[in-house]
Every structure is written in C-alpha cells, then in structure tokens.
Design a protein around this ligand. Sequence first.
Ligand code: RTP
Ligand code: MG
Length: 141
Amino acid sequence: MAIERTLSIIKPDAVAKNVIGQIYARFEGAGLKVIAAKMAHLSEREAGEFYAVHKERPFFKDLVSFMTSGPVMIQCLEGEGAIAKNRELMGATDPKKADKGTIRADFAESIDANAVHGSDAAETAAVEIAFFFPGMNVYSR
Ligand code: RTP
Ligand code: MG
C-alpha cells in the first residue's frame, strides 16, 4: 500500500479532556507518524471554510460553533494507507455506533463532540493539509 498523508484534528472536547497524548499514542501504535502539528483556536471563518462542504447541512451552525468552542490540535499524519487507517482508528462519526477500542468509542460523547476529525479521501486530504499547513513546514522521516 502507498505512503499517504492525511489531516487530523483533535477537536475541542478531546483537548479539554487532556487526551492529546493518548490519541497520539494510537496514531503511533498504528504506524502513523506526526509530520506537522500545531495547536490553534479556530475563528468562525476558519472553521466555516474548513467545513465548507457541509455548508447546506442542518448541523453546519452547530459544527462551526463546536469547532470554535476551544483550542484544537491539528496534525498531518503520514504512513501506509494513512487516510483509511486514521478513519479506522477514529471509528464511526456517532460514537454510539463506533466500534469498541476506537478513538470515538473511548473518548467522544456525542455526534457533535466526537473527539477527532480525519480526511475522508486523497483529494480532501490534499486540500485540508494545504489549508492548515501551507508551504512545506512538514517533517517527513
Ligand atoms: P469529520 O469530518 O469531523 O472527520 O467527521 P466525519 O467525516 O466522520 O463526518 P462528516 O459527515 O464529515 O461530518 C462532519 C462533522 O459534522 C458533525 N455531524 N453532525 N448531527 C448530525 O447529524 C451530524 N452529522 C455530522 C460531526 O461532528 C461530524 O464529525
Ligand atoms: Mg468528514
């Protein structure tokens, strides 16, 4: 399988719960490397732009309001099949439906406060990585 890059966000609920390290350990345990990272408190504009694909969805307002409610930890992950592997580690969007042992099953409270974001395809990964890490401040090894 090819080496890929994906964009991951530890959302405000998980940052507030102080589980950044526990989530990073899961990435590392699955062979995913953190090759760029930054903490940020997103503005409404940034969160709205990032989730622009969901603009017409009924949950958009709540999503932006949640994503701007506190700091987030944003990282680019690299590894074999990184996009699907990260989605697998995350579990289903609704933590009640997420498989046992996934990040969302273990750390998320609700479909809104669901601990993590992960790119869902190669095209979105490229756009999302460029959105948060413009230029090449990425440390591959
Ligand atoms: P994400 O983009 O955050 O990684 O999550 P996802 O791919 O699993 O889910 P997506 O369909 O892209 O939705 C983005 C976020 O919007 C919230 N959502 N709420 N109330 C609802 O029906 C609903 N559906 C989605 C979730 O917080 C989801 O992570
Ligand atoms: Mg998504």
